[in-house]
Design a protein around this ligand. Structure first.
Ligand SMILES: [Zn+2]
Length: 316
């Protein structure tokens, strides 16, 4: 037997089911306790003076006052939950559903599932979580990378996209994508909204997404030619279908389109980049749900997700 997935300790401790999650994070204080342990695994440390003695304030929720310098520090400081009026339990549930559902969750679904009072609250919650999805320090793709571009129809007003692509009245959004391939399997991806399929747009996308000396595979669209610092293999498709020559990026695009229709009934033009970010976030963390959960809540932000390859170990 081979290909056994060995998960890290924190992944193993991550709740496996809704029941387990509900039991573990049932109260505000349970959520606050979790945040405290993530933030100060060795016990409280004052960010002001480094002191280790503090009082839990009675007047402010989950806030500690340093016994030495008097500075007050909340367990939510530095997370997206800070200064929010929503209960921590709601934030935890929303992040859990976003991180663990393979297709994510729309604001309307979240409103219904969590019994939120208004759609606006649910929408804001989703928007904040979605903005936590791009790690500004993420590493560029490297090694073998497939890149391509596509068009997706967008939804206007409240009309779902049900008309065939190309029909008048339905606009198109242009998207560039890249997928890193290792051992014949996809690892991480990038998707960006682009303004056109010209050389400037595609060069900007590729050079922003991949590391120098990447082995890039594309079709023979001329805009990809002469990329500086990249080893480029342009495949002339001819009779060969694009989904055979560039299988992973094509699978990514088709999953993206299906996801957009399935979860959001068609993506809208404003905020499209955030939806692409959400799709990529979930794709890149499909094996590390606990890391996705932590990232969404803004906790443990200095710990980058363990790469998939580290999680795979051949059984003896
Ligand atoms: Zn202090």
């Amino acid at each position: 037997m081979s290909g056994v997935i060995v998960v890290s300790g924190s992944e193993r401790r991550f709740p496996r089911s809704l029941i387990e999650f509900r039991d573990r994070f049932a109260t505000e204080s349970a959520c606050a306790q979790c945040l405290f342990e993530r933030r100060w695994p060795e016990g409280f440390v004052c960010p002001g003076c480094g002191g280790g003695r503090a009082w839990l304030l009675q007047t402010k929720a989950f806030t500690y006052e340093c016994a030495d310098c008097g500075r007050q520090t909340s367990v939510t400081a530095g997370t997206i939950m800070h200064a929010s009026k929503l209960p921590l339990t709601i934030w935890f549930w929303a992040a859990f559903l976003m991180a663990t559902r393979s297709n994510g969750i729309s604001a309307l679904q979240l409103q219904n599932q969590l019994g939120l009072g208004s759609y606006r609250t649910a929408w804001m919650l989703c928007a904040k979580l979605r903005r936590a999805m791009v790690n500004p320090e993420r590493e560029p793709l490297s090694g073998l990378v497939e890149a391509d571009e596509t068009m997706i129809p967008f939804r206007t007003k409240n009309d779902p996209v049900v008309v065939p692509a190309g029909r008048s009245g339905v606009g198109k959004m242009l998207v560039a994508g890249a997928v890193e391939i290792e051992g014949g399997k996809p690892r991480r991806a990038r998707l960006n909204v682009i303004e056109g399929f010209g050389k400037h747009e595609l060069h900007t996308f590729v050079l922003g997404a991949v590391a120098p000396q990447t082995q890039l595979v594309t079709d023979d669209w001329p805009s990809y030619q002469n990329l500086p610092g990249v080893r480029h293999n342009a495949i002339t498709l001819g009779p060969m279908a694009a989904h055979i020559a560039l299988p992973w990026i094509h699978r990514l695009f088709s999953n993206l389109k299906r996801w957009g229709l399935g979860v959001y009934h068609g993506l809208r033009k404003p905020n499209l980049q955030h939806y692409l970010d959400e799709f990529v976030f979930r794709f890149n963390r499909r094996r590390t749900r606990h890391a996705a959960f932590d990232t969404l809540l803004g906790i443990g932000t200095r710990t980058t997700p363990v790469p998939y390859r580290v999680l795979i170990r051949r059984a003896a």
